[in-house]
Ligand binder design. Structure first.
Ligand SMILES: Nc1ncnc2c1ncn2[C@@H]1O[C@H](COP(=O)(O)OP(=O)(O)OP(=O)(O)O)[C@@H](O)[C@H]1O
Ligand SMILES: [Mg+2]
Length: 263
């Protein structure tokens, strides 16, 4: 019998304490390559803390994070391993304005990432920058613009292009469309869906918006006080929630095409 190598992201018993408060309390889940998982839960339930541990912005107090069988929970051995880990899981934040350098143009920003993470020469980088901009639907005008010269939706496209530049295995999006108005949100979600189909990148989507969950996620994981209370395929969890807390979450947001009185 041949055993398939473990593929994708596997999180087991992840734990984080701040003082005597346990923010993340034994969270486990798996994300297969090319699949999409939404992390939902009320404010303070530990969603951001969980994903910050995955990308390496926080050190877990317990548990393991493995990507394609490689352990990411241990301290990286040297710069090469640190960079490799940074490439593998990329994060897109709610407000790209905070993570984009206001003095660097869009193409300059993408070029910087390619210089740090790839061995491409200047010509190859220029080609790749054009490819990335095209992939996220930005053109020459945006390429030479500074962040402040872009709309919120365009800035989020830049943030996505920057994440894609290093060819990650997993993209973590923490409320990445929450600040955008609904029609721009729909465009960005459409773009993300296309990228996922074409690239096979796995998505971990933190959101409080169940319309977004329905649109983007294959599976949902519900967090409450740092613990997983329910997980399953999106349609099943949204249509037939098993845990009372999930039902509470669903009832606390207006559903598209349904007035509160209809429930
Ligand atoms: N750096 C920190 N120091 C102390 N406590 C923290 C820190 N970061 C998070 N916490 C606490 O951990 C808990 C989980 O916070 P977290 O940011 O993960 O919640 P969240 O689910 O992302 O909430 P939101 O939906 O509001 O973004 C909260 O009680 C929060 O106050
Ligand atoms: Mg958060």
């Amino acid at each position: 019998m041949t055993v398939a190598p473990e593929e994708g992201l596997v999180v087991e018993g992840l734990r984080k304490r701040y003082g005597d408060h346990t923010a993340v309390d034994g969270v486990s889940f798996a994300l297969a390559p090319g699949s999409s998982l939404a992390l939902v839960g009320e404010s303070g339930s530990g969603k951001t803390t969980t994903v910050r541990m995955l990308v390496g912005l926080e050190r877990p107090d317990g548990g393991t994070v493995r990507l394609d069988g490689r352990d990411r929970s241990t301290r990286p051995r040297g710069r090469a391993e640190r960079l490799a880990r940074a490439r593998e899981i990329q994060m897109v934040f709610q407000d790209p304005y905070l993570s984009l350098d206001p003095r660097v143009t869009v193409s300059g920003c993408l070029d910087e990432v390619l210089r740090l993470h790839t061995g491409l020469d200047q010509g190859a980088r220029r080609t790749r920058v054009a490819e990335l901009l095209d992939q996220v639907g930005l053109g020459a005008r945006e390429a030479s613009a500074l962040p402040r010269g872009l709309s919120g939706g365009q800035r989020q496209r830049v943030a996505i292009a920057r994440a894609l530049a290093v060819e990650p295995r997993v993209l973590v999006l923490d409320e990445a469309v929450a600040a955008l108005d609904v029609s721009i949100q729909a465009q960005i979600l459409e773009l993300l869906a296309t990228i996922r189909r074409e690239s096979g990148i796995g998505y971990l989507f933190v959101t409080h918006d169940l319309a977004v969950v329905r649109h983007i996620a294959d599976e949902v994981l519900v967090l409450k006080s740092g613990q997983v209370v329910e997980t399953g395929p999106t349609a099943r969890v949204l249509e037939a929630p098993e845990h009372p807390y999930t039902r509470l979450l669903l009832d606390s947001v207006p559903r598209r095409g349904r007035r509160p009185a209809d429930r």
